[in-house]
Design a protein around this ligand. Structure first.
Ligand SMILES: *Cc1c(COP(=O)(O)O)cnc(C)c1O
Length: 482
């Protein structure tokens, strides 16, 4: 591998990556036009040529694992392949370059795209209405809880608790806490589903909602979801469903029909937008009739003749994002949905089939904490059997990198010790799944024969073991020369 300097280290004073034409106006001293304090000379920006820049960033990109180079089996993240057709459509200038404040009559096509996506999400989710606004799943959760708050306030209910299972994604309790709710954790049972007795015990009059994920983060389907909705509605509490795992259901089941009152879609997961590097997501929220009156403004609508943004929603919670939403992601999601058309259930069927096949291939190699529950689109295994060699789930997945695979999600959900959460998605072939299973098998043999070797994995990556959380806790955002 070509050694790589930091971009700052290849910098040479005066080197340029661009050339501007000679000035054809009189030169002005920047100090005369830019207010004092705004003009700085100490930014330490690297000075490099165009080839320096291109090579630097191309090499950097090659040092990352990505879904374009390998399978990324990150459970719960749904890292499916992102078809290029999506990118091409999102890049059509007439779509890409529209200013968000263009008068409606000039962007009927763009509004129609948004409207049709909204209608398709309503259909797929079985909801009375959908807001496309939220920027990602986590903001969809926040909006969902704002809608639930508005509903209870409107009805004069005094509710302060939100029930959340112990397998939930961390954003669930975070969203509830930000909305001012007290989070009450509900246990999972021996099959990995919501513990019914614990749920019933904790469902008191002051409960505003249950936030459930289905299939849950163990990849297990919550079979009593309809009953949950009934029990909740009896005490005028609502059912929030985290739709991050909608990939297991799309085209096959409609959560709105189970009695779900609000669900966020993660368009970037279920409908194939590149994500994971922090790139734009989109977290539309679908609602039942109960929550429809509180949806954010504006709602994109159609009166039979023209498409328009509707602002007259008297009980709206307001606006939750600048402008209208992450339009580029909408295009990619719409392209993915329309590509499959009425065959979209194939997405869910192959996602589940792939997960079940891979789980079958791994049978007997790793501990299965829930052997009696068939998995949906993902599954969780435990690496506790590595403990006898003094190894952990982390050692195993670090070695996977040397075999050319990205690591699965580890140590989540928190209810399974040494958890490995594996989600192959529908876009991997059986060959890739067999290669992945073989890699795990090979690593487990290494664990038996030379456990010390695993401790020093990965060996073939540009960096070895990094401190997992250091960059988050102590970010270095500035490079100081010398
Ligand atoms: C990804 C995910 C979220 C959060 O969605 P973002 O789009 O990343 O904000 C919430 N819940 C679950 C189960 C998830 O997997």
């Amino acid at each position: 591998m070509i050694p790589m300097d930091l971009i700052f280290e290849i910098s040479k004073p005066g080197r340029r990556g661009y050339r501007l034409p000679d000035l054809d106006v009189e030169r002005t001293d920047p100090k005369e036009i830019i207010p004092e304090g705004y003009l700085r000379n100490d930014l330490n920006l690297p000075e490099v040529s165009e080839p320096d820049v291109v090579r630097h960033f191309t090499r950097l990109s090659q040092r990352n694992y990505a879904v374009d180079t390998t399978m990324v089996p990150l459970g719960s993240c749904t890292m499916k392949y992102n078809p290029r057709i999506n990118e091409e459509l999102a890049d059509i200038p007439q779509i890409r370059d529209v200013h968000p404040l263009t008068p409606e009559e000039l962007v009927q096509g763009s509004l129609r795209i948004a409207y049709e996506l909204k209608e398709l999400l309503k259909e797929l989710g079985g909801f009375a209405d959908v807001s496309l606004q939220p920027a990602a799943g986590a903001q969809g959760e926040l909006l969902g809880l704002m809608l639930i708050t508005a509903y209870h306030r409107d009805r004069g209910n005094r509710k302060r608790k939100v029930l959340i299972p112990d397998t939930a994604h961390g954003t669930n309790p975070a969203s509830a806490a930000i909305c001012g709710f007290e989070v009450v954790t509900v246990k999972s049972d021996g099959r990995g589903e919501l513990d019914w007795e614990d749920f019933r015990r904790k469902l008191t009059d002051d409960v505003a909602a249950l936030m459930i994920t289905n299939p849950n983060t163990l990849g297990i389907f919550e079979r009593r979801i309809r009953e949950m909705a009934q029990e909740l509605h009896e005490v005028d509490a609502l059912l929030y469903m985290d739709g991050a795992n909608f990939n297991a259901l799309v085209g096959v089941a409609r959560p709105g029909e189970w009695g779900v009152d609000v669900m966020h879609f993660n368009l970037h997961k279920t409908f194939s937008t590149p994500h994971g590097g922090g790139g734009p997501g989109s977290g539309p929220v679908g609602v039942s009739e109960r929550l429809k009156p509180y949806l954010p403004v504006p709602q994109v609508d159609f009166d039979g003749k023209r498409y328009y943004l509707r602002w007259d929603i008297p009980k709206t919670v307001g606006k939750v994002l600048a402008f209208w939403g992450h339009y580029g992601v909408w295009i990619k999601a719409l392209a993915y949905i329309l590509y499959y058309g009425s065959d979209i259930k194939k997405v869910a069927r192959y996602a589940v089939l792939n997960a079940r096949y891979l789980k079958h291939l791994l049978r007997g190699l790793l501990h299965d904490p829930y052997p009696d529950s068939p998995c949906m689109h993902e599954f969780v295994l435990s690496a506790v059997n590595l403990r006898r060699y003094n190894l952990t789930a982390m050692d195993l997945v670090k070695r996977l990198l040397d075999f050319g695979f990205y690591a699965p999600t580890v140590y989540f959900p928190l209810t399974v010790r040494e958890a490995l959460m594996i989600e192959p998605t529908e876009t991997e072939s059986p060959d890739t799944l067999r290669r992945f299973a073989q890699a795990i098998k090979d690593i487990l043999r290494e664990a038996r024969e030379s456990p010390q070797e695993l401790k020093s994995a990965p060996k073939r990556t540009p960096v070895r073991r990094i401190k997992e959380a250091e960059a988050n806790r102590k970010p270095v955002l500035r490079y100081n020369r010398g």
